[in-house]
Design a protein around this ligand. Structure first.
Ligand SMILES: Nc1ncnc2c1ncn2[C@@H]1O[C@H](COP(=O)(O)OP(=O)(O)OP(=O)(O)O)[C@@H](O)[C@H]1O
Ligand SMILES: [Mg+2]
Length: 240
């Protein structure tokens, strides 16, 4: 039972940690852009976004308390049942003169000795799981591999002329999101200036961030001086 409930607590507490992470990310995002938010009088929108994350956190917290309540109460009930069972069977045996009263009392004392450490261990389990899940989450983040990595045979560019070419480029941030860029081809000669014009959210920043390979294209290729940016050493690409 302890193992089962510990697993349940572990799951609930892990979700807590993920949700509070979301809340923190949301707050950081809002605070970093607070000037923009205020300039566009978007406070209520930000508050709404915060509330949404906060409610998700609250829900996950509720689930933890539910798991805890179920755990402690089931355990306490079983402990009480042990004592009651011993008293009932003991009394029956005393009536049948199979058992002395002194033996029954000794037995009850033994049961208390046995139960006490288990009880103490159980009371520690929330703290224990709190620690374990924190560590698990920490390891998860430390082991996270960056999505964009250097190829083993990546070339280092000694000099960049500055010819940028987008060839049939399509891009989406996540698989479940819509494409921000679709089938875009564009060639910029060295020294040439190009202005990207479009409403907010059109994808201007996105397009630019494909050049230093902050993101990888979904389809097509981005070339610098005729070399696919995915084949260029990241450090050398960004430095240049
Ligand atoms: N990190 C991201 N994850 C998911 N979607 C994103 C991300 N960054 C931008 N988007 C979405 O991609 C689209 C293009 O955004 P982008 O920031 O490139 O627009 P923009 O043209 O630079 O806008 P602005 O003029 O406001 O700077 C928008 O719909 C935006 O919501
Ligand atoms: Mg932008």
């Amino acid at each position: 039972m302890t193992v089962y409930f510990n697993k349940m607590l572990n799951k609930a507490l892990r979700r807590n940690k993920e949700r509070i992470g979301d809340v923190n990310a949301q707050i950081e995002d809002s605070l970093a852009g607070i000037r923009t938010v205020k300039s566009f009088a978007n406070e209520s929108f930000e508050i709404e976004k915060f509330n949404r994350e906060n409610i998700r956190f609250l829900e996950s917290r509720k689930n933890t308390y539910k798991a805890e309540a179920l755990f402690y109460n089931s355990f306490e009930s079983i402990i009480q049942l042990i004592t009651i069972t011993v008293i009932i069977f003991g009394s029956v045996n005393i009536v049948n003169t199979d058992l002395d009263l002194a033996d029954l009392i000794t037995f009850l004392l033994y049961i208390n000795f046995m139960i006490e450490p288990i009880q103490r261990l159980n009371h520690m389990s929330t703290q224990l799981q709190e620690g374990i899940t924190g560590f698990q989450r920490f390891m998860e983040i430390m082991n996270m591999k960056p999505a964009i990595e250097n190829k083993p045979d990546a070339v280092i560019l000694p000099e960049i002329r500055g010819e940028i070419e987008f060839r049939q480029v399509s891009f989406r941030y996540e698989d479940h999101l819509d494409k921000v860029i679709q089938n875009l081809s564009l060639r910029i000669e060295p020294g040439e200036y190009v202005a990207l014009v479009g409403p907010s959210g059109a994808g201007k920043t996105t397009l630019c961030s494909l050049i230093p390979r902050l993101y990888d294209v979904t389809d097509g290729e981005v070339l610098i001086d005729g070399i696919d940016v995915r084949n260029i050493d990241l450090q050398s690409l960004r430095q240049k």
